[in-house]
Write a protein of this length. Sequence first.
Length: 79
Amino acid sequence: MGSRIRNAVNRAKYAAVGAAVGAAVGGLWSRNAANTGGALGGLAGATLAELKSGADGLFADGADADADDDGGAEADAAA
């Protein structure tokens, strides 16, 4: 339960930072651009957080799964 809450808080942090950056950049042009930039930045931040948080995410390391399979094969061959 605690890990689910921690993941939700981390996703919210990414979304908040993305919204702040988007609004700041959009605010250089106009109020409407700040609104749109905040919304798009929040969406981008939440999407990035979702990709990073999942085991199958964009930044997942596939080498760990291969190492487990090889280790088992070597142990069987040695026995």
